[in-house]
Design a protein around this ligand. Sequence first.
Ligand SMILES: Nc1nc2c(c(=O)[nH]1)N[C@H]1C(S)=C(S)[C@@H](COP(=O)(O)O)O[C@H]1N2
Ligand SMILES: [Mo]
Length: 155
Amino acid sequence: AIAYCWSNRPRPAAAPTVTVGGAVATPLHLDVAALARMPQQRIEASAHDVSGIWEGVALVDLLRAAGVPLGEKLRGRNLLLYVRIGAADGYHVVYALAELDPGFRDAKAILADRHNGKPLDAKEGPFRIIAAGEKRPARWVRQVTSIDVLRAPSE
Ligand SMILES: Nc1nc2c(c(=O)[nH]1)N[C@H]1C(S)=C(S)[C@@H](COP(=O)(O)O)O[C@H]1N2
Ligand SMILES: [Mo]
């Protein structure tokens, strides 16, 4: 006789992912392993009572991989593009695309998966945005699930 119900067996949860979508040429679904294959950046940052060293992938590298216009292509109507970061708790913030392009300004923003050398804990991670130059940590979104490129209306 079958001693257990197959569908009730415990199984590992799906690996957490971040999606890069919206007005992109190539939507992406990234897990920790996919992010680990990309160039890694490190930001030491502090804003109010949030501080430490975070490591992860530059947002601009994720956006480039998704085919978002950057560098010389970030002009005219493309300056209406913005990047909305969404989190598991429903929190959302935006960065203008130009804020994230080092061809435009000193921009250092990462999708971090490590804080002070360890994977992010459940409250913070597994993925968090950390941007250098912020005086308040309100856009350091914890528990990131989505990165969407959108265009503000021009009137
Ligand atoms: N997902 C998510 N991220 C968030 C917030 C939030 O409510 N949800 N609050 C922001 C604000 S307003 C602050 S001050 C910092 C607080 O960071 P901490 O929780 O690491 O102290 O997280 C930011 N990131
Ligand atoms: Mo805050």
